[in-house]
Design a protein around this ligand. Structure first.
Ligand code: SAM
Length: 491
């Protein structure tokens, strides 16, 4: 909720400085009215929800990570790649996090990325995606097939999103920073699955966000509901007939959940709520909590209450679009299945000299990788491998067009961090594999951007931890210059 201007800076600072965790009175009253005798247990669970970790199955199977991790992980009943993190553990500072082996995520938020069926080679759009919890999850489920378009209207947040997709080794994502209406105009009816994880009043975030508590008011809730309806107006039209729209929030306000769904269903009779998979502890949504009551089909949406399901609380609805002939093609009349559809500006085909420079790099440095299958486009000085299917991107604000392989400068190819993060280090000719429990602390030194020493041939080396890529280094005479990106270095 971006309503900071409503209260004075002093007022906000007051709450933050005091470290108080005072819930807005109107919120407490509303919840007491809705939950009756359950209110106390709800508020207690809301004050300290458990922390979650979702294994990035693009890189490691869940049970292997659990066996390797030096911190305790307790499996969730749903989804299978989700775990609870024991209190006091800090998996975010372990090198496995930098290696993209997991994403720290609220257990309820994991449900959102897990519920939609993803047909083989699906075209998936995450319309409000930053920082990327659900996008990285959806990408892991796509396993490199199809395409994930991850969008966030705020450019700085879209950059953070691109960074998380990079860390998680995602090859087939397009990242955009666009207004949804622009995407709707371009790509209407193109996606199998569209997720709207909407900006909301964030009531389930009250335990960790003083801003969410300070900015909350009944009027702000209604403002959020209006904004959600606007987002959905565009989102519906991006779904292909027969495709699926997923709507989720991390708030409890009926106006932003059942109320928004009721309005959506009234405008779009072609949308039909469908049942999610069985999720232990999930409760049906409450059509009777809005006025006038929402249609009974809204009960197919689910509420994940913090006192019933691990996590801070979520609302999730899955809706199938049932109208019209099935779209078999991208918006704009391109044949999206054919590589020709990719050639829309600003992506251009690299020159043969550029391709040769890239091929030389791959043959020397990554001989194990079959680069001949990559569909490479040049965007400025960047070479990016396009996803298996790709919507037309001309005149959109695009941050990533698939897998960023590297940059060509003065005829020389320099590998991108994204290239390292999405490969098995065993493909590299030269590699330095560091141990996460090494008492000398070489991994930490690498992640801080320091130079390493190692004997071996001069040239590019892939640096890894316990067999998982961390980034690049370049060796000259036994000294390895650190190419871990400055933006990621630890202090
Ligand atoms: N799905 C994300 C995740 O799992 O990490 C969290 C999304 S957060 C609840 C909502 C996001 O919506 C914010 O990053 C915000 O910048 C973005 N947003 C707000 N208004 C938007 C709009 N009109 N179009 C696209 N994104 C928007």
């Amino acid at each position: 909720m971006s309503r900071r201007g409503r209260r004075s800076r002093g007022e906000r600072r007051g709450v933050a400085e005091a470290g108080a965790f005072e819930l807005p009175a109107g919120f407490r009253e509303r919840m007491a009215g809705l939950l009756g005798p359950e209110t106390e247990v709800f508020l207690e669970a809301l004050s300290a929800p458990p922390s979650g970790l979702r294994v990035n199955t693009l890189k490691v199977p869940p049970e292997r990570l659990r066996a390797m991790a030096p911190f305790e992980l307790v499996p969730l009943e749903y989804p299978p790649e989700g775990f609870l993190v024991a209190e006091g553990e800090r998996p975010g500072s372990h090198p496995y996090h930098a290696a993209g082996l997991y994403y720290l995520q609220d257990p309820g938020a994991m449900v959102v990325g897990a519920v939609p069926d993803l047909p083989e080679g699906a075209r998936v759009l995450d319309l409000a995606a930053a920082p990327g919890g659900k996008s990285t999850h959806l990408a892991a489920r796509l396993a490199g097939r199809g395409v994930l378009v991850a969008n966030d209207v705020v450019p700085a947040r879209a950059r953070e999103l691109a960074g998380n997709l990079e860390r998680c080794g995602v090859r087939n994502a397009v990242v955009t920073a666009e207004r949804p209406e622009r995407l709707r105009e371009r790509w209407g009816g193109w996606f199998d699955v569209v997720l709207v994880d909407a900006p909301c009043s964030g009531e389930s975030m009250f335990h960790k966000s003083a801003a969410a508590r300070m900015e909350w008011s009944p009027e702000a809730v209604l403002g959020c509901a209006r904004r959600q309806q606007e987002l959905l107006r565009d989102a519906v039209e991006l779904v292909r007939p027969g495709g699926v729209l997923v709507y989720s929030t991390c708030t409890f306000a009926p106006e932003e959940n059942e109320g928004v769904l009721a309005a959506l269903l009234e405008r779009h009779p072609e949308l039909e709520p469908i049942d999610p998979p069985a999720i232990p502890g999930a409760e049906p949504a409450r059509p009777d909590w809005v006025t006038p009551p929402a249609p009974p089909s809204v009960m197919r949406a689910i509420r994940l209450w913090p006192h019933r399901v691990p996590g801070a609380g979520h609302f999730v609805a899955i809706l199938r679009r049932s109208d019209g002939p099935l779209a078999d093609d991208a918006g704009q009349g391109h044949d999206a299945a054919s590589p020709a559809a990719h050639a829309a500006p600003p992506a251009a085909r690299p020159t043969s000299a550029t391709l040769k420079a890239m091929a030389n790099f791959f043959e020397e440095v990554l001989p194990g990788l079959d680069h001949s299958r990559l569909d490479v486009a040049q965007i400025g000085d960047q070479l990016q491998a396009l996803p298996p299917v790709c919507p037309a991107l001309a005149r959109l604000r695009v941050l990533r067009t698939g897998w960023w392989l590297g940059t060509v400068r003065n005829g020389r190819f320099e590998p991108a961090h994204s290239l390292a993060m999405a490969i098995d280090p065993a493909l590299a000719a030269q590699r330095i594999d560091l141990a996460s429990d090494d008492p000398v602390g070489e991994v930490e030194r690498y992640l801080r951007g320091e130079t390493l020493r190692s004997a071996g041939e001069d040239g590019w080396v892939l640096v890894s931890v316990d067999g998982f890529s961390l980034g690049w280094g370049k060796r000259t005479g036994g000294v390895v210059k650190n190419h871990y990106p400055k933006r990621l270095r630890r202090r």
